[in-house]
Design a protein around this ligand. Structure first.
Ligand code: F6P
Length: 555
């Protein structure tokens, strides 16, 4: 096992501590003193223009951060990831989501297998199936074409598909829609399923392990609903139930044996591999619902977008490497400036599920207290990611970002071209929207002084409440338009930022042991909730009291 380098023992970390001690952030002065600042701190990664200049970065800090990346060997770990080394130490697995988007002409031998060939063989199967559904060749058991695809999955088997389904809404094929069932809260399945037409609905059971309680429970409930509603409609006469399941259920999983045990024909299953983490899997067969509703061409463009960002991350020098710089910036914000959260604020309504998606990507990856060699971490890790699309957020929580007591670094994301060009008289509404995107980062960076407030003639006694301190760090990410490729680039950008932070902290960003305990306990507690006295007696006092209260309240 490669020992993880403790970042706090490096000379770069000491330099950063010293810079932090002498730092007096003043973005107004920094911009005034260096007319080149915006240009020096703006970078291009694939089609994205990324401006870091409104962060609390000086040249010295940036240089020391890049030095830190060298000293903890970010380049070496990155290359090891791309090469398929088992960098997921605690699960002894390769980490190869980058292989999911490599061109077919590439070759990558991992553990004796050309994984790029495997990826493209699966893609070909997914694309062929997607075309069959889209063209109406694939029909339900009563002979009708499919109009609704329901993805049943949770975590990485849900959040990515949901987010991208929304992000690329304009690319959906008319007459085809997706619905997503994830939660084991029976409300999800009870409210979504009855509105569906069993004859034209296709369920995709998406689960890497095919052992997840929520997904398998929801899949069984959906199968039961399908069969009973087809029976009630007399649509199953002379037909076996298995025939209906075969026409209305497909699966995506790494565990094809369990798929078969569930009753889904392995012919109708799309595989992937243990080297794809759940939260890194939207670009694998987990995206089958997306390939159906958007079509293979759009899905291929989406993958090409990921690959363009992968190539930037793999080849750009560290000092110009956007995922590296943004990962390092997060280290600076968390470990030196004390930030505990990080806001992601897309000025694009189609990205309204982006923050939810990023929460799993970032927090399941880096919410760790032990390093990959088993030693405790030596600094804070894993900031909390959150966010909502602008400008809704402006009218809700931005107050705290502008004038609260916490430092909240924020990523502002916008596209130059809107999905819908709309005018309000002479006014291009998208330009009004972008003016907000620009105004917010300027207000956060430069604030408003007491003198400026007074100059407006504001009554003296309420002046302090009107002062904006400024020096609130933001990064602006501007893309050309929310195309399939740009969505792929954005996802890959955050995947690699997360990776860089994990390497600096020395943690395994690809395991998720922290979700296991609760899953096991839920299975142990379930009999107690259902009235098993022995199981109840085995619970702690608080859990017992809560179960008793529940049983009294339950009708
Ligand atoms: O919540 C933990 C987790 O293991 C995630 O990492 C994963 O994305 C999710 O559960 C779903 O797992 P599966 O795809 O195996 O059903």
């Amino acid at each position: 096992m490669t020992t993880s380098i403790d970042p706090t023992t490096t000379s770069a970390w000491s330099a950063l501590s010293a810079h932090h001690k002498s730092l007096t952030p003043n973005l107004r002065e920094w911009f005034a003193a260096d007319p080149e600042r915006a240009q020096k701190l703006s970078f291009t990664a694939a089609a994205l223009h990324v401006d870091l200049s409104k962060n609390l970065l000086t040249d010295d800090v940036r240089d020391a951060l890049v030095e830190l990346a060298e000293q903890v060997d970010v380049p070496g770990r990155r290359d090891a990831m791309y090469a398929g080394e088992h960098i997921n130490i605690t699960e002894n697995r390769a980490v190869l989501h980058t292989a999911l988007r490599r061109p077919e002409s590439d070759t990558l031998e991992v553990d004796g297998q050309n994984v790029v060939a495997d990826v493209h063989a699966t893609l070909a199967k997914v694309y062929a199936f997607a075309e069959e559904v889209r063209s109406g060749v694939w029909r339900g058991v009563t002979g009708k074409p499919i109009s609704t695809v329901v993805n049943i999955g949770i975590g990485g088997s849900d959040l990515g598909p949901v987010m991208v389904y929304e992000a690329l809404a304009p690319y959906r094929q008319p007459g085809l829609e997706c619905s997503f069932i994830s939660n084991i809260d029976p409300t999800a399945v009870a409210e979504k399923v009855p509105g569906l037409d069993p004859e034209t609905t296709l369920f995709i059971v998406a689960s890497k392990t095919f052992g997840t309680l929520e997904t398998l429970t929801n899949a069984r409930v959906a199968r039961e609903w399908l069969l009973s509603s087809l029976r009630e409609a007399g649509a199953l006469e002379g037909k076996e139930a298995s025939e209906a399941v075969a026409k209305h259920f497909v699966a995506v999983s790494t565990a094809l044996d369990k798929v078969a045990a569930f009753g889904i024909d392995p012919e109708n299953a799309f595989g992937f591999w243990d080297w794809v983490g759940g939260r890194y899997s939207v670009d694998s067969a987990i995206g089958t619902s997306l390939a159906i509703v958007f079509g293979p061409k759009v899905f291929a463009d989406f993958l090409a977008g990921f690959h363009a960002m992968d190539e930037h991350f793999r080849t750009a020098p560290l000092a110009q490497n956007v995922p590296v710089l943004l990962g390092l910036l997060n280290i600076w914000n968390v470990n030196f400036l004390g930030a505990e959260t990080h806001a992601v604020l897309p000025y694009d309504q189609h990205l309204h599920r982006f923050a939810a998606y990023l929460q799993q990507l970032t927090m399941e990856s880096n919410g760790k207290r032990v390093r990959w060699d088993g030693t405790p971490v030596t600094s804070a890790t894993g900031e909390i990611f959150w966010g909502e699309p602008g400008t809704n957020g402006q009218h809700a929580f931005y107050q705290l970002i502008h004038q609260g007591t916490q430092l909240i670094p924020a990523d502002f994301i916008a596209m130059a071209n809107p999905a819908h060009p709309v005018r309000d008289g002479e006014q291009d509404v998208h330009e009004l929207f972008l003016s907000n995107f620009l105004a917010q980062t300027a207000a956060l960076a430069f604030g408003k002084t007491e003198a400026e407030v007074r100059a407006e003639g504001t009554p003296e006694e309420i002046v302090p409440a009107r002062v904006f301190p400024g020096n609130r760090p933001t990064t602006s990410i501007l893309g050309p338009e929310l195309s399939p490729a740009v969505v792929g680039q954005l996802i890959a950008l955050y995947e690699h930022i997360t990776f860089v932070q994990g390497i600096v902290w020395g943690i395994d960003s690809f395991d998720q042991w922290g979700v296991e305990l609760g899953k096991k306990l839920a299975l142990q507690i379930a009999p107690a909730v259902s009235g098993d006295a022995e199981a109840l007696a085995a619970q702690d006092a608080s859990t017992q009291a809560l179960i008793k209260a529940y049983r009294e309240l339950r009708h």
